[in-house]
Design a binder for this molecule. Sequence first.
Ligand code: TPP
Ligand code: MG
Length: 351
Amino acid sequence: MPPMVADTIYQVLSPEGNVVGNVPNLPHSTLLSLYRWMVFGRIFSDRMVAMQRQGRMGTFAPLNGQEAACVGMAAPLKPEDWLMGSYRESLPYMVKGVPLLVQLKHWGGYIPDYPFEARCLPFQIVLATQALHCVGIAHAIKYKKEPHVAVVGVGDGATSEGDFNEALNFAAVFQVPAIFVVQNNGWAISVPRRAQTKIDNFAQRAAGFGLPAQLVDGNDILAVTSAMTDAIERARAGGGPSLIEAVTYRMAAHTTADDPTRYQPPEELALWAGRDPLRRYRKFLIDRGVLTDLADEQLHDEVTAEFEAAVAEFESLPAQDVSQHFDLALARPTPQLARQRRQLLQELELE
Ligand SMILES: Cc1ncc(C[n+]2csc(CCOP(=O)(O)OP(=O)(O)O)c2C)c(N)n1
Ligand SMILES: [Mg+2]
């Protein structure tokens, strides 16, 4: 079990891609699959931003720089496990089984049709609420004596929300199989990480609630995967909840509606560029003979083709009936909602 107060950062690969910790015993196919998902995440994020700029996509929250934390939090889960997240967790969702087309639809303004089999709730915009949903689901898993776990991803800023702290307390008191993953990406829009807490790191929060916690290098896919695997196995075996802080960095804008050059120091960006999660893992795979330059090129081509095929499908969909955004929200709409519905339909000349 990890210590109650986390103060050392767990790392398997150095930023240069050298082995500095215990390499998890994973078959080559799994090592490659982790890499493929990370490459997919980078291409997905870059292409989504480009599409938004071209007017082909809605507002999007990029995940550049966070690929290791995103893939590592989801890859060790089994199909029956649950995963909850925010707008920053679209990549973990796809790793868990939410189709790319569903993510394109969600970001593109369609009512998202998440398949139940993926066991992901539509990602939350209201910060930290997903932590309570996760604990509720974990409580149900425990009540039904199922051998599953529920994982939730939240940001560093979301840890300041009451919902997050209530969720930690409930999870610890009821010893439910929940795992909290804090993706500490340095920023909550323009608010720096140091403005969120007076203590050294977010993992230390857990001790006050009676949860074990682990601080991991969130740009090191092997460290995140190992820490998650331990936490999941422990929770599955009845060992209770835990928290993992993945220390990473947002290498892009908060969303396509943000201009980070107004607040993000260029030297900080340069420092983190040297800690790129993809580059370091690629070097490890090449050193181990798991990947070659040629295979990497092919993989990039395959992933790009996969993305473009889904985009073609997305762009051939009939337009979303926007009245559904209102009609599916409340059984009896408030007067304000009814007014907004009318106004939107008039503006779009649909009424
Ligand atoms: C309850 C609530 N308050 C405020 C907001 C507005 N808001 C959207 S994103 C964001 C910053 C969140 O930062 P963090 O939790 O670190 O996640 P990140 O965006 O960095 O992944 C804020 C304040 C919101 N969505 N929900
Ligand atoms: Mg953040």
